[in-house]
Design a protein around this ligand. Sequence first.
Ligand SMILES: [Zn+2]
Length: 182
Amino acid sequence: MPQKPQIIESKGIEYTLTRKRVKNINMRIAPDGTVSVSAPRLCPVERISHFVSDKADWIEKSRARYAEKALETAMPCRFTHDEAMQIFTEISDIYYPLFAGLLGFEKPVIKVRLMKTRWGSCIPSKRQITFNQRLAEKPRAAIEYVVLHEYAHFAQCNHSPAFWGVVAAYMPDYKQRERLLK
Ligand SMILES: [Zn+2]
C-alpha cells in the first residue's frame, strides 16, 4: 500500500515526500516549481531533507527557468522575432557609424530573444548585442536609447560615469527616453 505523501520543509525548501518501493532518493520539479521526492520506505527523513537542501542551487535554477518559460507563454510579444530583429537592425545601423572605429569597422552581431529582466546586453569581446524582443513594443525613442546604451558598452564595458558620459554625449535626452521603458 502506498503511503500518503507528506509535505516536509528543509532549509526553506518545501517538498512532497512519497515513500515507495525504490532503491534511491529521487527528486523532480514540476513546472509550477513544486518539488516532489520519492524515497525508500526506511530512509530517514533527515537524509532525504539533506539530499534536497544539497540541491538548493539546482532547484532555484530550475524554478527560474520554468518561471521564464511561463512568462514567455503568458505574455506573447506583439512582434515576432524577425520583426523585432528588423527594427533593432535598422536603428543599430544608424548608431553604428559613431562606434565603427571601436568595432574595427565591422558591424556588431545583433541577437534577439525574450529576456526577463533586461532590455539589452552587450558582449564587447564578441562584438555582440542582444536585445529583448519585447523592447520592440516600446516607443522608438526608447529603443534608440537602448541601442545607443549597448553601443556605448563598446567604449566602456561598465556603468561608470565615463560610460554615462558617452551616452550623454550622443543622446543628451537619454534620461527622458529611459523613462519610456518603464
Ligand atoms: Zn548597460
